[in-house]
Design a binder for this molecule. Structure first.
Ligand code: ADP
Ligand code: MG
Length: 701
């Protein structure tokens, strides 16, 4: 039977005491015995393997060497005073150095005794040395705790001042696991443990700290990784289930005149198969009487806007209002223009609301929203301000979700008794594993087909020295009537350095493409909205052939006649950003090009990014590479998701375990959605515990 043993305050663990306990709390959030048990090592060193001195390479990690120690000697004066010695085995010798604790070393080390020396070799003046190695006589080691895999714990500067370096923590965990006997509660059902042949939780915990051998360590790690991913999936799927069964939603039972008239009379092209399928999925969801929370994924140019528009028409058919929220003003304006154009012959009232709207305009919009005469509102964050009150909001479409936080979504819902349906559109392809975790509580629709007749954008990489040839190519394209984007990187809108790059670029383009033959637009984040707008419009209308811009044009801008995207300093862009930018071209029937300009010096990662862009236009493939390069932590949307809090599992490396865990969680919830059956009690208890722990700790940090 589990006991209260693990709830003991860390202070009372032998070797801790009040001062170290304070530090454990403030530095690592470790309050109890149980917390320390959940603080896992990040690495193990096999203390049964020995290296030969002659085999030491500069990049060696921690190693151990067996040999005798000679020439123990104090050298240097004052602060430079140190103790040095030489370790010899039958292949060579290496220096040992101590800067502190010299007295202890002098007392301990005896000539002609064989020692095991453990440390990380460093190269100094062309010679390897061990600084502050651990030393143990071979005779002692045979019986010592270090006979097997030694755990390494991460520590902090402050902890180290109290002797709580990795070794110090290891002593404490050893002390603790030695005392455990039936205190660690099993967190999974017997079925799961048996079917997956997992080792019991207690055994896993003991062995992740102080494993007897590699085989049991592997078992401990895979058991705990599974558990970690399983409970995340269980929590997400449970939330999803509860929402989809108990949160009431507006019932869009009819597909009526607006939708049908548009479909039959105004749709300028045939929908793709994928668009049709996705609209059906959304329609079914909005007609179910439950609130929809759906992610619409589709690569750039796959036609998400049109899908959103048709869904908004369904809302109108059911006497509801709809809104579409975009991350930037330019994008909101673009959506407004596109949708107004699509609907110009239909009796639908559409307005635009952004931060720069005049107060008189605003007042009218507020009125029309409240009296219900406004059908569709398009805008930026301004849509979720307190003052904006809809008469009957039925559907919220959020474009490019990664810029909207989860909290902002929640804010929208709070305004109504019955929350509106939510459709989140993203053109940033998300690796499947990440989507499962970040958006694991949403339903997902995928548009996996581009409109017909699109030619894949051809991507070319040129070094800056080839600029004259590139200019020649651009001139030819303009002569064919095409338009060109030139994009400069931007780290921070306020950095004058970035602006200077852009201005220099603009000047050199103006020199190469002079008036009156050519006209160039420029857009950057420090311009006033009206100016930006004016410049964008000139380009959209075809009055300028070249648009020089920062990444403000990254998302969503749609000018089908633009067929070349030049990305300057491409080595400074992330993969998904380049993919987004490339998606701005290839929208018309002409062959489009993306030209990546870089200097000669490229880091390994920059090279991988450029090569990936040249090799493929598949957004999902690009997203996978991106996640491998950067790790999931830097991917869009992960900040709020808990992916970063994973202690053991890695959603890239552990994709298989993740899918397994999700499937098993889904199976269990299908039979017992609220985890009420006696056998699932253990799961619901653990889930509660984990959620409580997370919220406690977040209050502190
Ligand atoms: P996304 O937002 O997914 O990047 P858009 O909705 O902006 O893509 O669509 C890209 C372009 O393709 C637009 O010019 C749009 O009018 C056009 N388009 C959308 N659906 C189709 C279709 N079924 N057939 C042809 N063109 C389409
Ligand atoms: Mg779009």
């Amino acid at each position: 039977m589990p006991t209260d043993f693990l709830n003991n305050s860390i202070e009372f663990l032998k070797g801790v005491g009040p001062k170290r306990a304070e530090m454990f709390k403030s530095e690592l959030g470790i309050f109890t015995f149980g917390d320390l048990l959940n603080y896992f090592p990040f690495r193990y060193v096999d203390r049964s393997k020995f290296s030969k001195i002659s085999e030491i390479e500069s990049d060696s990690v921690y190693i151990q060497v067996k040999g005798k120690i000679y020439g123990l000697n104090t050298v240097g004066e004052g602060r430079a005073k140190r103790l040095s010695a030489t370790l010899r085995d039958d292949t060579g010798e290496i220096d040992l150095i101590w800067f502190q604790g010299q007295k202890w070393v002098l007392e301990k080390i005896k000539p002609n005794v064989e020692y095991i020396v453990f440390g990380k070799p460093t190269l100094f003046k062309n010679r390897f040395n061990f600084a502050h190695p651990e030393i143990e006589a071979v005779a002692d080691a045979e019986t010592g705790v270090n006979a097997t895999l030694q755990p390494f714990y991460s520590s902090t500067e402050k902890l180290k001042t109290r002797g709580l370096d990795s070794r110090g923590i290891a002593k404490l965990t050893k002390n603790l696991v030695d005392q455990i006997n039936g205190d660690v509660e099993e967190s999974l059902t017997a079925d799961i443990v048996n079917n997956l042949k997992l080792i019991p939780r207690e055994k896993a915990i003991i062995n992740i700290h102080h494993p007897e051998d590699q085989a049991i360590l592997d078992k401990a790690i895979s058991r705990l990784k599974f558990e970690e991913l399983f409970f995340i999936q269980l929590a997400l799927l449970k939330t999803k289930f509860i929402r989809s069964t108990s949160v009431r939603g507006h019932n869009f039972s009819i597909v009526g005149e607006h939708f049908n008239t548009f479909y039959k009379q105004h749709l300028p092209f045939e929908l793709t198969g994928a668009q049709k399928r996705v609209i059906k999925e959304i329609r079914a969801n909005m007609g179910s009487g439950r609130q929809m929370n759906r992610l619409l994924q589709g690569d750039v140019g796959s036609g998400k806007t049109l899908v959103a528009l048709m869904c908004m028409l369904i809302a109108i058919d059911n006497n509801y209002q709809a809104c579409l929220m975009a991350p930037t003003e330019i994008l909101a304006q673009q959506h407004f223009a596109t949708i107004s154009r699509f609907l110009k012959e239909m009796p639908v009232k559409i307005k635009l609301l952004t931060g720069s709207a005049k107060s008189a305009e605003r007042r009218i919009i507020h009125q029309e929203l409240e009296n219900g005469s406004l059908n569709i509102l398009i805008g930026t964050h301004a849509l979720i301000e307190e003052k904006v009150v809809f008469q009957n909001l039925g559907l919220v479409v959020i474009d490019e979700q990664h810029r909207f936080g989860v909290e902002q979504r929640a804010k929208l819902w709070k305004k109504n008794d019955i929350p509106p349906h939510v459709l989140v559109m993203t053109a940033t392809p998300i690796p499947r594993t990440l989507a499962m975790t970040v958006y694991g509580d949403l339903d997902v629709s995928v548009i996996d087909e581009l409109p017909p007749g699109r030619k894949a954008v051809q991507t070319l990489h040129y070094f800056d020295t080839k600029r004259p040839q590139v200019f020649g190519f651009l001139r030819k394209q303009i002569a064919l009537g095409r338009q060109i984007y030139v994009v400069y990187p931007l780290i921070n809108e306020s950095e004058t350095l970035d602006l200077k790059d852009l201005m220099d670029g603009f000047e050199s383009f103006t020199r190469e493409f002079p008036l009156p033959e050519y006209a160039i637009s420029m857009v950057h984040g420090q311009m006033k909205t009206e100016e930006k707008d004016f410049e964008m419009q000139r380009f959209i209308k075809g009055e300028t052939q070249i648009m020089v811009a920062t990444t403000v044009i990254e998302v969503g801008v749609d000018v089908p006649n633009a067929s070349v995207m030049v990305i300057e300093n491409a080595e400074r862009f992330g993969l998904s950003q380049m993919h987004q930018l490339r998606g701005r071209v290839g929208r018309g029937a002409d062959q489009s090009f993306c030209i990546l300009m870089t200097g000669y010096k490229l880091t390994k990662e920059a090279k991988t990014r450029i090569e990936t862009m040249v090799r493929t236009t598949d957004g999902f493939e690009i997203a996978e590479v991106d996640m491998q390069i950067r790790g999931p932590g830097d991917m869009h949307g992960t900040q709020q998701s808990g992916v970063l809090d994973l202690q053991l599992a890695d959603i890239v490396r552990d994709e298989k375990i993740l899918k397994y865990a999700r499937n098993i969680a889904a199976d269990i919830l299908e039979k017992d959605p609220l985890l009420e059956s006696p056998q699932n009690r253990v799961l619901s208890m653990r889930l509660k515990q984990l959620q409580k722990h997370r919220s406690d700790w977040s209050k502190i940090s």
